[in-house]
Design a protein around this ligand. Structure first.
Ligand code: ADP
Ligand code: ZN
Ligand code: ZN
Length: 736
């Protein structure tokens, strides 16, 4: 170590797991230099690369003469606070992922470039003298302009542009027209705070909601983790909103994470209706500018509510007061490539750092969470009653062995559908598989239509007459004859398209809608379907996972789970947990109104203990025995797991890479970690690459992570490591 006057340790967006040392430039004031500041640096052959100062010291592993100077400082102020930097650093250590990639992924994409933040600082509008005295009826024709002007005249003080836009959507052109007419202008004053108006809830909390709310309010200034366990429709969102209300009133901000499928316009509207405050909503439809402004609004404390999916976890809040994660068990909270973080686990970590309570909401909590409840680390609050007097649904296991079938639908299910339609109710059929048929093969010679890149069957999509590989997305024209022997090909295995066809012939009078990824690609398609379901225009809906979660269908009295057996015999140790969650979610669509609901489960395995336990004793009881199983076999949450995932065109090289990696790890740890592998991934070949894994397991999280650090350095420098795509997955959630 050599001592220097001042060295900047800078994070740069590269896969290399380290910081890079630079000297200050000659012109900048050394006093402004501090961690969190963005700087432009020369990096390799590139001249102008953005970096973030992580720390400053007078030590470097390199000699002074080898160090280069930064080009310049990009912003006047740091983009990250000390606290946020320490969170990001911790995340980078925990997931063993490059610090540079981690800090840059926590910025909106516009700030990942060398553009100064000042370009994005939001405009504040105020009236001109002329505007303040202006007669509104003079611009009646342009009604948005007159509304905005009226609003500004009422408010009398300057208003943020985003506040105006959240009340009058898409009003930027109107603002500019008003400016041109010299009625409004951009204010240079700093304004105090944005509008805060909270509307009263239309109903009184029920007993469970009240005690849950009171309990959480008691520790509103602490880091406590609560599991709010209640069926869909039991009033969890109402509890969130009451707590958000008191958080906002005390001047603090709320961060709300929703699963990908839950971030619907309806859900957002519920928050907007209740809270007339600055809400930052992060979703995929935003422009760079909007995203950056929301990010800034959260950072400055102006946004009182921040709502988003997984990546919203990295939003920096000036004054956090409450963290909420809805449907905490949802898989979409775990990033499945690149930086494989879990937004739920990060939120809990943030809660401890920030001393802010966190609510995990779910009807079907993950085993990890139930385990933590058992260990008294989290407090469970149960909402047992459904609101609006709804009754829990009745389950029927329907043994379809040897029964008369119409495609995938049994005669008994058809009879049941008829009954419910006759009573003017709605029916939901669930099958988690898109397309028409899953296998296309030749009965004569055994030829199969398979994607050559994944070695898995194509799915036939009849609507577009194409064969699509659901693993790599490749599509090709459908063929009807065997390419080898010219005989007609057979179709096997059913998808949603097939059910739709079968039902159309069985129930010609009924209005039937298929709701899956294929039919909801267009913008607003999903909300149009939801509206039609609510208004009773649709009699039978056929849906995949998309339809299983979170929606309100008060008139659905029958849910049919068409193929319940998938997932019963998977090698993924989490399969039964997932199946049980899906099962409960699907059945949660039924009987949400005053009418009682029925769930029919078609199965070839009516004796399977999973079904029996789930149906007879319910989800939580079922999970208690799952936890016992996990305990016996030392699986998570009773141990900690990391996957080394690797893939390459040459399967021998992948296996060799993993074998070597395992050997090194065993040497390093004296065989103290449990290693399994190389084992093939559930989807062994995808997109032409062979995929293998090494499962690394230990009872001690600390030991696991300490060893991994040393091991990774060695791994990175190995020859094969450069030829193969590989990554670490800490706390993996799926084996695919
Ligand atoms: P969840 O978030 O658990 O699915 P919601 O909070 O969305 O449940 O509540 C389900 C429905 O019940 C909503 O339409 C909501 O407006 C209504 N609701 C919630 N709490 C009450 C209450 N205390 N009294 C009457 N209706 C309620
Ligand atoms: Zn053939
Ligand atoms: Zn494929």
């Amino acid at each position: 170590m050599i001592t220097h006057p001042l060295i900047l340790h800078v994070a740069i967006a590269t896969p290399l797991r380290r910081l890079f040392d630079y000297l200050p430039d000659d012109v900048s004031d050394l006093k402004v230099l501090q961690p969190g500041l963005r700087v432009s640096v020369p990096f390799g052959r590139r001249k102008d690369v953005p970096g973030i100062v992580m720390s400053i010291s007078n030590k470097s592993d390199f000699s002074y003469s080898k160090l280069r100077k930064i080009n310049r400082i990009i912003d006047e102020q740091p983009v990250f606070t000390h606290k946020h930097l320490s969170l990001l650093k911790w995340a980078s250590d925990y997931y063993h992922y490059s610090i540079g990639e981690v800090v840059f992924s926590a910025l909106p994409s516009s700030l990942r470039k060398n553009i100064s933040i000042s370009k994005y600082i939001e405009r504040v509008w105020c009236l001109t003298k002329k505007g303040a005295a202006f007669e509104l009826n003079l611009i009646k024709k342009a009604s948005k302009q007159s509304q905005i002007l009226n609003y500004l005249q009422q408010r009398k003080s300057p208003v943020y542009e985003s506040d105006i836009c959240s009340i009058y959507p898409r009003s930027k052109p109107s603002l500019l027209s008003l400016k041109e007419k010299d009625l409004i202008t951009i204010s240079t004053e700093d304004i105090e705070d944005s509008v805060i108006k909270i509307n009263k809830s239309p109903f009184k909390l029920n007993k469970d909601q009240k005690s849950a709310t009171d309990e959480i309010l008691k520790s509103i200034d602490n880091a406590s983790v609560f599991l709010l366990n209640g069926l869909t429709g039991s009033g969890k969102t109402e509890v969130y909103m009451r707590l958000m209300e008191s958080t906002i009133k005390s001047g603090k901000q709320c961060l709300v994470l929703l699963p990908e499928i839950g971030l619907t316009p309806q859900q957002i509207q519920r928050f907007k209706d209740r809270f007339e405050v600055n809400i930052a909503i992060q979703h995929s439809g935003l422009s760079d500018l909007e995203r950056t402004q929301y990010w800034l609004a959260a950072k400055s404390g102006k946004a009182k509510i921040i709502i988003g999916t997984r990546s919203a976890i990295w939003t920096q809040l000036a004054n956090p007061g409450l963290y909420i994660i809805d449907e905490e068990h949802d898989l979409s909270y775990k990033q499945q490539d690149g930086f494989r973080y879990s937004a739920r686990d990060m939120l809990i970590s943030r809660s401890f750092r920030d001393k802010v309570p966190v609510i995990l909401g779910s009807a079907t909590p993950s085993l990890e969470t139930l385990y933590n409840v058992k260990k008294n680390r989290y407090k469970q609050l149960v909402l047992s009653t459904r609101t609006a007097n709804a009754k829990p649904p009745k389950f029927h296991l329907l043994d379809i062995r040897g029964k008369k079938m119409f495609g995938p639908i049994s005669q008994s299910l058809v009879d049941e559908i008829t009954k419910h339609l006759d009573s003017k109710n709605q029916v939901l059929l669930f099958l988690n598989r898109r397309g028409y048929a899953v296998h296309l093969f030749c009965h004569n010679c055994g030829w199969k239509a398979e994607c050559p890149r994944c070695e898995l069957p194509y799915t036939y999509h009849k609507g577009i007459n194409r064969l699509i590989c659901h693993h790599c997305g490749v599509a090709k024209r459908h063929i009807e004859q065997c390419p080898d022997c010219n005989k007609p090909l057979l179709l096997m295995g059913h998808g949603t398209e097939r059910i739709e066809e079968v039902l159309a012939t069985l129930f010609p009078q009924a209005s039937i809608s298929r709701i899956d990824r294929d039919t909801t690609r267009k913008k607003n398609a999903m909300s149009d379907y939801l509206k039609k379901i609510q208004s009773g225009e649709i009699d039978i809906m056929i849906g995949t996972q998309m339809l299983a979660k979170g929606h309100h269908f008060p008139n659905v009295t029958l849910t049919g789970i068409v193929d319940a057996d998938r997932g019963l015999f998977s090698t993924d140790f989490r399969a039964s947990e997932r199946l049980a969650q899906l099962f409960m979610q699907v059945s949660g669509r039924t009987g949400r109104g005053i009418k009682e609901g029925t769930v029919i489960v078609q199965t070839y395995n009516p004796e399977h203990p999973l079904f029996r336990q789930l149906i007879q004793h319910g989800y939580n009881h079922f999970c208690t025995s799952l936890l016992q199983e996990r305990n016996h076999s030392s699986l998570p949450p009773y141990s900690y797991m990391v996957f080394l995932r690797a893939e390459a065109h040459n399967s021998n090289e992948v296996k060799m890479f993993i074998q070597n990696a395992a050997m090194h790890l065993n040497e390093l740890t004296n065989n103290k970690l449990l290693l399994f592998g190389p084992i093939p991934a559930l989807i062994e070949k995808r997109n032409g690459r062979y995929r293998y894994q090494l499962i690394i397991q230990s009872q001690s999280r600390k030991m696991l992570h300490t060893h991994l650090n040393v091991w990774l350095e060695k791994l990175e420098s190995s020859k094969l490591a450069k030829k193969i795509r590989w990554s670490l997955d800490v706390d993996p959630q799926d084996m695919t």
